[in-house]
Design a protein. Structure first.
Length: 165
C-alpha cells in the first residue's frame, strides 16, 4: 500500500513538473487557455487513473475505522473559562461606563459594577453601577448620562448611582 502511494505521488509530481515546463514554453497567444485546460485534464488523469486501475488495493471495505479513531473521555471544565469571560466582560463594562462620563468631561475616580452574569441564577443581570467622579457636575448632565447607560445596558436608572466628591 505504501509503495502504491509513493509511486502515485511521484507520478503526480512528475505530471505537475511537465505541465509547468510546457506552460513556461508556451507563448502568450489565443490558444494558451485551451492548452492550459488540456494540461489540467492531463494532471487530473494522472491523479485519478491509479485509483481506477488499482481499486482492488484501495478497497474501502477492508479499512477498519476503529483502528484510526480515538475515543477521548476528557471532561472539560468550562467554569474557569466562564469566570474569566465574566471578569473580562465586567472590566469592559466598567471601561465603557467610565468612558461615557469622561467623554462628557468628568474625571472618574472609581467605577464599580455589581452584576451576576450567570444566566442560570435567579438574580442574573446588572444589580448596581456605582460611579465616583471628582469634579463638580450639573444634575441634568448626570441624569442624561445615566439615561444613556440605562438604555444601552437595558437596566433601570435607579440602579446607577453617581457620587460627586
Amino acid at each position: 500500500m505504501i509503495n502504491f502511494l509513493s509511486s502515485w505521488a511521484e507520478q503526480i509530481v512528475l505530471a505537475v513538473i511537465i505541465a509547468t515546463i510546457i506552460e513556461l514554453i508556451l507563448p502568450n497567444s489565443k490558444n494558451k487557455k485551451y492548452i492550459q485546460m488540456v494540461i489540467g485534464i492531463y494532471i487530473m488523469f494522472n491523479i485519478i487513473s491509479p485509483i481506477i486501475k488499482n481499486k482492488d488495493i484501495l478497497s474501502v471495505e477492508e479499512i477498519n475505522i476503529e483502528n484510526y479513531t480515538t475515543n477521548s473521555e476528557y471532561v472539560i471544565d468550562q467554569s474557569s473559562m466562564d469566570k474569566r469571560l465574566e471578569k473580562i466582560y465586567l472590566e469592559e463594562l466598567e471601561e465603557n461606563v467610565t468612558a461615557k462620563f469622561e467623554d462628557a468631561g468628568y474625571t472618574v475616580s472609581k467605577c464599580e459594577i455589581d452584576a451576576e452574569l450567570d444566566t442560570t441564577q435567579k438574580n442574573a443581570g446588572i444589580h448596581n453601577i456605582s460611579v465616583k467622579i471628582k469634579s463638580p457636575a450639573e444634575q441634568s448632565e448626570l441624569d442624561k448620562i445615566k439615561t444613556e447607560i440605562a438604555t444601552e445596558y437595558e437596566i433601570e436608572e435607579t440602579k446607577i448611582s453617581v457620587i460627586v466628591k
